[in-house]
Design a protein around this ligand. Structure first.
Ligand code: BDR
Ligand code: CA
Length: 314
């Protein structure tokens, strides 16, 4: 089974990603680490515990991470306050019975990768504060992590400012550090791909009708997103919404759900209008060697099938 660690800021799409990773029979979710992002660290940690308990996977350890960006004291406030529509403050699930582990996310990541005897893919789908902190303490981490799959950034698409995507914008110094760190095998899954990874109202109906706890919860999360996106962004299909973070998990099971290109990626940290932008060198202008495989597209139909099948069957 393919082992992974999900670094999450749960979050409705994070929640779907967690359930897919915890339930798919070819995946083994080793742990979730949590980070400030869509909500405060207390809320993202509590939400993560609720989601795992809800699907009977309270055995999966949760380690809480950074409560703020690595360099900016006032930036950002949790996304909730900017964009109340797509995430719940508190997951509409029973209060968590499980507790977060005493070891914090950064220490957990360093210790786990140092000791790992089998490959574990690292999948950060929130701001990169935990990963950057782990790198600052232990730069050799890059040699211990066999694969990183990041949800973040955008080339032709942005969401939180005219030029930036939320996860990267929310801790741009952390993101800059991660892309410059020298990971051997880093895949970036930006909005260009995740805007193709949508789930529709019709698919929510199928999820609900299955009667499975994970599927019903996913329908609730997706419906919240669809409703939120209607007032927040103009999408081609108003009856569907992107489930960004879930696409990274899907990619571990079906490698060809995304189409990737080798590009150099850097993160803008000083631009007055462009802070947090992923500068993806699609025209090879920087003369810097590629440091990422960047997903520029995704297969919508395949994604929908994967999400619905996984959550209704397992
Ligand atoms: C990213 O931002 C968050 O709100 C989502 O969970 C996703 O990880 C999309 O920009
Ligand atoms: Ca997220």
């Amino acid at each position: 089974r393919h082992k992974l660690i999900l670094d999450v800021d749960t979050g409705t799409d994070d929640a779907v990603a967690i359930m897919l990773a915890a339930l798919h029979p070819t995946l083994e979710l080793v742990a979730c680490t949590t980070v400030n992002g869509n909500r405060t660290i207390e809320q993202t940690t509590d939400n993560t515990l609720r989601v795992l308990d809800h699907i009977g996977r309270g055995d999966i350890p949760v380690h809480a991470g950074l409560s703020r960006p690595i360099a900016r004291l006032d930036f950002p406030i949790p996304r909730a306050e900017r964009d109340p529509g797509v995430h719940f403050v508190e997951m509409p699930l029973a209060p968590a019975r499980s507790r977060a582990k005493a070891t914090d996310a950064v220490e957990f990541l360093i210790e786990t990768y140092r000791a790992a005897t089998e490959p574990i893919t690292l999948v950060p789908v929130g701001p990169l504060s935990n990963i950057a902190s782990a790198l600052a303490l232990f730069p050799k981490l890059v040699d211990f992590v066999p694969e990183v799959v990041i949800m973040g950034g955008g080339h032709a698409v942005s969401n939180v400012t005219p030029s930036a995507e939320f996860n990267i914008w929310a801790d741009p110094e952390a993101a800059a550090l991660v892309f410059a760190a020298g990971f051997r095998n880093l895949t970036l899954v930006p909005l260009d791909a995740t805007h193709k990874a949508v789930i529709s109202l019709d698919q929510c109906r199928v999820l609900r009708e299955s009667g499975k706890p994970a599927a019903i919860a996913a329908a609730t999360f997706v419906e919240k997103r669809i409703e939120g996106y209607r007032s927040y962004q103009t999408l081609d299909d108003q009856d569907a919404a992107p489930i960004h973070d879930a696409l990274c998990v899907h990619h571990l099971v079906e490698r060809n759900v995304i189409e990737t290109f080798d590009y150099h990626v850097a993160v803008e940290t000083t631009g007055a209008l462009t802070v947090g932008r992923t500068v993806i060198d699609t025209n090879f202008r920087s003369r810097q060697p590629a440091n990422a495989k960047v997903a520029m597209n995704a297969d919508t139909e395949r994604f929908g099938r994967f999400v619905v099948d996984t959550l209704t069957r397992f």
